[in-house]
Design a protein around this ligand. Structure first.
Ligand SMILES: Nc1ncnc2c1ncn2[C@@H]1O[C@H](COP(=O)(O)OP(=O)(O)OP(=O)(O)O)[C@@H](O)[C@H]1O
Length: 254
């Protein structure tokens, strides 16, 4: 077995007396589509924030591509290939689709966001960044929309742009935090298909509370409950686990 691309060791986050994440040991293999699920308050978002670097753990470590990244801020993790989903609010609505993607590509290479005007002036001379941007737009199905302002995009294309922005940072692994929250069933299906289509060659960790949604797409599922790992395995194994049924449905058959 190869070394895991992402590993956590005894990862713990306490808020006062509350242990939100409790000694979590995760190992995600290269190329895997892993989902991290759990009922409300299980510690999913806190775990996501510990993995991206938005929060520091009380104790425990995060190792990515063999390197201990526990003390690194978010942008340095992105530079090392640990990408994360951005919300629509991180799309710059005053810029075109191409400029948004190029900005993300440039920021990932330079390790931080520069003032937009400075970036746009300099980036026009960076042929490799421009080529990379075109490849990402093509891959995301947005090449024909590159010159459109981001704020006039239709809903589906906005989701494409968010994913293109993640792809622009050229991640080995992408962390997705409830990417379909608030969507209709149809929008959810389209977004999951898009993730599958555009990011299928990356390692993925999807944080999600909808257990049915992850069944179709995951290679393996880790179930969190009260901050700790309750179960882990293939979708079939997890869905049949009595502890998981108890945690989700309180022992009542769904
Ligand atoms: N900044 C904070 N300060 C204090 N408590 C917090 C903080 N963030 C989260 N918590 C608590 O930690 C626990 C885990 O919360 P978290 O948001 O990680 O769970 P979750 O699984 O993402 O839940 P949900 O599905 O409802 O979003 C909860 O009891 C929550 O109230």
């Amino acid at each position: 077995m190869t070394d895991p691309i992402l590993q956590t060791t005894d990862l713990t986050k306490e808020f006062g007396n509350l242990v939100a994440v409790d000694d979590v040991n995760l190992e995600v293999e290269q190329g895997e589509f892993r989902s991290l699920i759990g009922p409300n308050g299980a510690g999913k978002t806190t775990t996501f924030n510990l993995l991206t670097g938005a929060l520091r753990p009380t104790h425990g470590t995060v190792t990515f591509n063999g390197e201990d990244v526990t003390g690194l801020p978010p942008h340095q993790r992105v530079r090392r290939g640990l990408g994360r989903s951005f919300q629509i609010t991180n799309v710059f609505s005053g810029l075109t689709v191409r400029e948004n993607v190029r900005l993300a590509a440039q920021a990932a290479r330079e390790g931080g966001f520069k003032p937009v005007e400075e970036f746009l002036q300099r980036a026009t001379s960076f042929d490799d960044v421009n080529e990379h941007t075109d490849r990402v737009l093509d891959r995301s199905g947005l090449l024909g929309r590159g010159d459109e302002p981001a704020d006039v995009l239709a809903y589906g294309d906005k989701r494409r742009l968010e994913i293109a922005i993640v792809l622009a940072t050229d991640p080995d692994m992408v962390l997705l935090d409830e990417p379909t929250a608030g969507m209709s069933a149809e929008e959810t299906r389209a977004t999951m298909d898009l993730i599958d289509e555009v990011l299928s060659d990356r390692t993925l960790l999807l944080i999600e509370h909808d257990i049915d949604l992850v069944m179709r797409v995951s290679d393996r599922i880790t179930v969190l409950h009260r901050g700790a790992v309750l179960a882990e395995g293939t979708p079939d194994a997890v869905s049949e686990d009595p502890d998981v049924r108890e945690a989700y449905f309180g022992g009542v058959e769904a």
